[in-house]
Design a protein around this ligand. Structure first.
Ligand code: TNX
Length: 515
């Protein structure tokens, strides 16, 4: 009798129950996470993929898209990964939870243990940001598209949220033009490091890069020049919209900059009537700045600015338009302030907020304005004193166009050289110490393009400094740590190699760590 009972028990468990999943102890020692998450706690056992592993997802289309992206990454594995079953064991799940449990819209919780791999946010943005962490947790071989038969993901619980709401990069497409695909490639790379704002410097003395239908010569003429005439060009409105939409799909907001009243030679060369003397200027292919200005006294100037802002605002889902306002050295202070006040009203009329380089504070700003600090803390401080918010781009730390060392093949040096360590070892909160944290929107790494003309050049100057800035923008200041960052960065070289990023290998990062 006892024997028959035992056989029955064995049969039942053999046929109707799933096989017990082996329990695999793992360690998080080799995890390379940049930006460093807020909390990372090891779990005892890792998640083992097998034939029965199932992927489930919230029904929101954005979350489903993330679940399918994950399935795609695992396409070279031996695991079938059925989608959308209601199960809670041996499952990879992508979920939306209430904002009571994850309060930051960009925050997420990633939990990996023996039973499940689960990623949750209170918004699709949070889940998307968490997905970037999950990508870093996945083995390099998988990202490299290698065939994989056995896959164990280390057990860990990560609870994370950003420090600053504004984490940006600026690309100057005016000095040298970059194509839609080149910009999209940069957007992909920004997304990996949880950056969320792409500021495009669309116009300058050397070129006008965005089609304005009511003023077609801006691009016909003004789009035909560039520094040394090496890379002219412009975006049609369709091109531009496709960049904006692509960025949006990665929860990145595009911030368009139309620089004025200075840095306007390309416009002044396209339309004689914008000049005080009624004569068009010559197209410009040099690098010197500060010699041009729109004619502040003419009505046509404001018709022009309004037409431009109207068309730009119509293509801008985000709340901001950047008016530049820097280095208007040939506009008198009085004219500069009169001009900007008129333009501020135009921007408001189209329901957008103004961002400008720190100089715009002289025109009078308030809490609805954002000044972008780049050179003089005293100037930006005057904006802050008026209640404006600030974006930090201190040139000595954040200008990606500064050379790493005097020997760097490309880049400028007017703000000094910026090695990988000096790009990282500083605290954004210390630049304006007496200002309430709520006035500091965040940080942005500008890449001016006087000396760069290819994707390879963009990447060489941006990587890895941009990744360090991404950590300063996302991570808690208590987690900033050069030694930890340096070690992670060296290990992260492999990932950048797989992603074919043309990064600068700094000699200061040479250590004994074996890759
Ligand atoms: C200063 S930063 C500029 C740009 C140049 C850059 C070169 C700023 C607001 N203006 O016009 O391209 O230096 O580093």
């Amino acid at each position: 009798m006892a024997l028959r009972f035992l056989v029955l028990v064995i049969c039942v468990s053999f046929f109707s129950c799933k096989k017990e999943k082996p329990i695999v102890p793992t360690s998080i020692e080799n995890l390379v996470l940049i930006p460093i998450p807020d909390q990372v706690v090891a779990a005892n056992y890792g998640f083992l993929f097998d034939q029965e592993t199932v992927v489930t997802s919230d029904t929101l289309p954005e979350i489903k898209a993330i679940a399918s992206q994950f399935k795609k990454i695992l396409k070279n594995t031996a695991f079938p990964l059925a989608l959308d079953k209601e199960v809670d064991e041996n499952v990879v799940s992508f979920n939306i939870v209430s904002s009571d449990s994850i309060s930051s819209p960009e925050g997420y919780v990633l939990e990996i243990d023996n039973n499940r791999l689960s990623l949750a946010g209170s918004t699709p943005i949070g889940v998307f940001r968490g997905m970037q962490t999950l990508l870093q947790v996945l083995p390099d071989a998988l990202i490299a598209g290698k065939q994989i038969d056995s896959l164990v993901i280390p057990g860990v619980k990560i609870v994370d949220a950003p420090q600053y709401e504004y984490r940006g990069m600026m690309l100057d497409v005016a000095r040298h033009f970059f194509t839609v695909n080149e910009v999209k490639r940069l957007i992909d790379q920004m997304a990996f490091y949880k950056l969320n704002k792409l500021h495009l410097h669309l116009t300058d003395d050397q070129g006008w890069r965005i089609e304005i239908k009511s003023w077609p010569k801006l691009t016909e003429i003004g789009g035909s020049s560039s520094v040394r005439n090496e890379r002219p060009g412009f975006y049609t409105q369709e091109d531009y919209k496709s960049i904006v939409a692509y960025a949006q799909s990665k929860f990145i907001t595009v911030i368009p900059e139309i620089d004025m009243p200075g840095h306007t030679n390309a416009a002044l060369a396209s339309y004689p009537e914008l000049n005080c003397n009624g004569k068009a200027t010559k197209l410009y292919k040099g690098m010197r700045v500060g010699f041009s200005t729109l004619c502040v006294d003419k009505d046509i100037t404001y018709t022009f600015v309004e037409d431009v802002i109207k068309e730009i605002a119509a293509m801008t889902p985000g709340p901001y338009i950047h008016l530049g306002g820097d280095e208007s050295h040939v506009t008198s202070k009085k004219d500069y302030n009169i001009f900007l006040n008129k333009v501020f009203s135009i921007v408001k009329k189209y329901n957008k907020h103004v961002i400008g380089w720190e100089e715009i504070e002289s025109a009078g700003v308030d809490s609805t304005y954002v000044v972008q600090h780049w050179q003089r803390t005293t100037t930006a401080s005057r904006g802050l004193a008026q209640g404006a918010k600030v974006i930090l781009s201190p040139a000595k730390r954040m200008y990606l166009d500064m050379k790493y060392t005097k020997k760097s093949p490309i880049g400028l040096t007017w703000a000094g050289t910026v090695e990988v360590d000096s790009a990282y070892i500083w605290k954004p909160s210390q630049i304006f110490e007496d200002v309430p944290p709520s006035q500091v929107l965040g940080i942005e790494s500008p890449l001016w393009s006087e000396t760069i003309k290819s994707t390879g050049d963009i990447e060489y100057l941006s990587f890895p400094r941009l990744i360090g800035h991404a950590e300063l923008g996302w991570s808690k200041p208590s987690n900033y740590n050069w030694d930890s960052y340096k070690e992670r960065l060296i290990k992260h070289y492999k990932r950048m190699d797989i992603l074919e990023i043309n990064y600068y290998k700094s000699p200061i990062l040479k250590t004994k760590i074996k890759l």
